[in-house]
Write a protein that binds this ligand. Structure first.
Ligand code: G3P
Ligand code: CA
Length: 249
């Protein structure tokens, strides 16, 4: 069994407001190996760090990100809904996050929507990474196949990961029934497979390893499940509380 890779989810999203610089700084201070963030795109094509495509849940604004310019988003607080002490936290840009991390941890950038929703988002993400010379320590992950294939086509050097969840989990789950797992070969170019933790069976973990890829699990926040998955041999765990994982590596 190799070393367990620890990924802070949305920075350290259980300990500080998710996807903010404060959350990312906290994950860095804890000494995580990797930091996961989510990105969206503004009307004026700025890649910002936010989980939802709308503002309501995590900021004091509302509406769709894609209909707003970056200057409008800068006026909002991305921390006040977590705790008033974070009222000054803004929605960061991907560029700001890359500057803050500066290679001290690997950056895992999740894009949920393809170019069909956000014009040219894959190209814009890659351009930010390239402009910061960060390609060696960034990885782009997605549930969205269109986005993944497009990223790979635009730049074969950027490392990528495929996420599975919900109905898509039927694909890896079928391994257990001895059904066809060939569809996974569609993702031969990705470096890692990331599954929701409840679907990380021994059979799936072994199969992904057979393909020479890493298997990471999201989002695991309780010690019992952490220990079970470590025993099964996952390569990495993504957690809102990365502090819980530190003792296992
Ligand atoms: O890292 C994968 C995980 O973040 C996917 O789910 O909804 O938290 O972005 P979500
Ligand atoms: Ca995510």
């Amino acid at each position: 069994m190799g070393k367990l890779t620890i990924t802070g989810h949305r920075g350290a999203g259980g300990l500080a407001p998710e996807n903010t610089l404060a959350s990312i700084q906290l994950a860095l201070d804890l000494g995580v190996d990797r930091i996961e963030i989510d990105v969206q795109q503004t009307k004026d094509n700025v890649i910002i760090v936010l989980h939802d495509r709308t503002l309501r849940r995590t900021t004091n604004g509302f509406g769709f990100v894609k209909l707003m310019d970056y200057s409008e988003l800068q006026k909002l607080s991305a921390g006040v809904k977590f705790n008033r002490v974070y009222i000054d936290e803004k929605i960061p840009t991907l560029a700001e996050v890359i500057e803050l991390i500066d290679g001290k941890a690997e950056l895992i950038i999740e894009t949920k929507y393809s170019y069909l929703y956000y014009p040219n988002i894959e190209r814009h993400i890659l351009n930010v990474i390239k402009s910061k010379n960060a390609i060696d320590w960034c990885k782009i992950i997605s549930f969205n196949d269109r986005a993944l294939f497009r990223i790979h086509k635009l730049n074969e050097n950027i490392r990528t990961g495929k996420l599975f969840v919900g109905k898509h989990a039927s694909l890896p789950l079928s391994f257990d029934k001895g059904i066809n797992f060939k569809p996974l070969r569609r993702y031969h170019f990705v470096d890692e497979i990331i599954v929701q933790h409840k679907y990380a069976t021994q059979a799936i973990i072994d199969k992904v390893h057979e393909f020479g890829q890493e298997l990471h699990v999201w989002t695991v926040n309780d010690p019992e499940t952490i220990e079970l998955l470590i025993k099964r041999g996952v390569d990495g765990i993504i957690s809102d509380y990365p502090n819980l994982l530190l003792k296992y590596r």
